[in-house]
Structure formats: C-alpha cells, structure tokens
Design a protein around this ligand. Structure first.
Ligand SMILES: [Zn+2]
Ligand SMILES: [Zn+2]
Length: 367
C-alpha cells in the first residue's frame, strides 16, 4: 500500500495434503503410490498427458502459514520490526515477509532473536514502490538479495515490467500488489506483464478495492479473465499490515486478515518462495484446509471446520463459470477435459474465504 504480485512448470499432478505439525510422510505412506498409479491409469484411459510430475510431492514437505506483505517503522508502519515480527510469531504464523517501501529491512538480527529452525522465520522482502502519474504501482519482491530501486517508466505496464525484472535481477520472486488500489492496474495491464506468476487477489488494507466497483471488476474477476486468456497467475492473500497499535480502528491496516499456507520442503527463504512460484499454496482470509489435492483427473478440497461455521465449495473454470457448487466441508471435481482451468473457492458462513490455485486443464489452459 501507498505511503499511505518465473518460470513455471504446470504440473499434471500435485498432491497437497496439509499437515503443519507432523511429518507429511505419515499421511502419504500407503496412499501416495496408489494415487500416482491411479492418476496414471486414469490419464491413460482419458488419453491425457500421462506425465506425472512427482517432484511436486515430497514426503518431507510441510505446510507453513505466512504473511507476505508487512510494513514497519522503516517505511510507513507504526511499529518496530521487532514488534511486528513478535505479533506474527505470537499469532500462529510460521513465517513473515517484511516488505517496507523501497527499503530492505534486515532480518538476520530478527531471526537471531525470534527465529527458530523449522518453527518461525523472517524472510527478506521489499515493496518496490512508485507511481505512473497518479496511479500507485507497487510490486513486492520476496527474498531479494539487495535493495531494488524502482525504475523509470512511462506506462503502467512498463513500470510493472521494470519492477518485476529488477526484482528478478536481485534473485527475488515478484508479486504484483493490490491492482485496484488507486484504480491503478487494469486486467489488461496485469495480463501484459511477463516473467511473473503472483498477484494479490486479496489485500487486507481497507482502501484497496478488492471487490471492484463502479464498473471496475473485482480481483477474482480479473483473475478469471487473465486465466481465461491463457495466462497462468496465482493469487495470494496478504495483510499489507501497517498498524499494530490501534486494533480497534477500522480505517487502519491491521494484521491478521489474509495469509497463505505454503507447502515447502523446509522453512527456508528459498524453499518458500520457490513453492509460491510453483503455485504450491492456498490463500485464505480465515478458512483452513485439511486437504488440497490436485491430480491429472480431479481436484479435491477438505475444510478443517470451525465450530458453528458452515461452508460452500465452488469449483470455477474458464470465464469464471462455477462448474460445481457443493454445500458442505469437503468436495471434489472431476475434470471433463475442456475447462481450461479449475480452481476451488471455499466460502465460510461468516465471510471468510479460501482460494486454491488454478490447475490447467485441456486445450487453451493457462501457462
Ligand atoms: Zn502498496
Ligand atoms: Zn504495502
């Protein structure tokens, strides 16, 4: 938010069984081989590409909860890096990316004091921040190894591309932020940016217009338009937290609104950002998933139900069409083969949402 989202394989097979606190091997033993064999057999039967990318499945992978977008006193946040990190560590997160505006907040001292191997990690990041005319253009760089200066550019697309490329040049993973903040980035402009896979489908700041309005599409519609046009994008949910001292203030950008669960082999910066670029994560504003599974034939999700909540699960394909909706806390969708892509959305009865990442299906699938 103002001073107030690489190269990607499209795995045919991904099995994401969530298990944060125990080894995934426990859940996968006995079922992984069977699932692979079944997926192969089904793929054969359908004449689909039978290649199974089993590198996506690791017996040692775990799910890690993290916030990807956070400010401190090093830009326009109201708290020290130490206070900010403490908030996330004490509220059940496994990792946190610090993304001050045009400032690379150091993380070594924070990790020395608050980090714990396999339990909590602070990842270096920067919100590369500029504007084109009155339009704010902000791109996060996760895991950058040095400060990235915003480029000079005359158009929104040139600015976004310049930021993405500069972040890549610093070995970071780019993520395009809050496209509807200041109504800055259209769906067409977002679709035109190359060499990036991540964008914010949800940002917790109160002024970012996630849902669109006045004729401008909301970010889920933007996402579906771009996917339907053949371009793969993964949607992250983030806090964009600035304010930790006035949790009662609804005009403040407070923490705890949007996060990701990433499946990675280790709680290490490179493992986390590479998993994000593979789409090995889901995004949430309060729904927790027990199972997220995608094979070459189907997608399946299972919610970890919260007491007294009820759920709807939608499977969404080309054009944003709801292919199937299920009332309940678990559901699966078997591909017909011409959907283009399939992504799942879980809607909780108090407004919380989880979004899984799109799986490419059939001709014209996003790449
Ligand atoms: Zn921003
Ligand atoms: Zn921000």
């Amino acid at each position: 938010m103002a001073p107030s989202a690489g190269p990607q394989s499209s795995p045919r097979f991904r099995s994401w069984l969530r298990s944060r606190r125990r080894p995934l091997a426990v859940l996968l033993v006995g079922c992984l081989g069977g699932a692979l064999a079944a997926a192969r057999a089904a793929a054969d039967a359908r004449g689909l590409d039978e290649s199974i990318d089993s590198t996506q499945v690791s017996a040692t992978s775990r799910w890690f909860k993290g916030n990807l977008h956070t400010h401190t006193l090093n830009s326009d946040g109201d708290s020290t890096p130490d206070e900010v990190v403490r908030w996330y560590r004490e509220h059940g997160y496994d990792f946190l990316v610090l993304t001050d505006h045009n400032f690379l907040t150091g993380v070594d001292g924070l990790n020395a004091v608050q980090g714990a191997p396999g339990k909590f990690l602070v990842v270096k990041g920067e919100e590369v921040t500029s504007a084109v005319g009155r339009k704010p253009i902000h791109v996060n760089g996760f895991g950058v190894d040095r400060l990235v200066d915003p480029p000079q550019a005359g158009t929104v697309v040139e600015m976004l591309q310049g930021m993405v490329d500069a972040i890549r040049g610093a070995r970071g993973v780019p993520s395009i932020n809050h496209p509807n903040f200041g109504w800055a980035i259209s769906a067409e402009e977002l679709a035109a940016v190359q060499r990036t896979k991540l964008f914010e489908v949800y940002n917790g700041h109160p002024l970012v217009n996630n849902l669109g309005g006045g004729g401008v599409p909301g970010l889920e519609e933007v996402w579906d338009r771009i996917l339907s046009g053949g371009r793969m994008l993964y949607g992250v949910a983030v806090d964009d937290a600035h304010h930790f001292k006035r949790p009662w203030d609804r005009t403040a950008s407070t923490p705890g609104h949007g996060w990701v669960f990433v499946q990675a082999p280790a709680l290490e910066p490179r493992a986390l950002v590479e998993a994000l670029e593979r789409g090995a994560f889901y995004s949430s504003t309060g729904v927790e998933l027990a199972v997220v599974e995608a094979t070459s034939v189907a997608v399946r999700v299972e919610v970890t139900p919260a007491t007294a909540s009820k759920y709807r699960i939608q499977f969404i394909g080309r054009g944003g069409r709801v292919l199937r909706e299920v009332a309940g806390s678990s559901a699966s969708y078997e591909f017909a083969g011409d959907e283009g892509y399939v992504r799942a959305k879980v809607l909780e009865s108090n407004g919380a949402v989880a979004w899984t990442q799109p799986v490419p299906v059939g001709p014209g699938a996003p790449r």
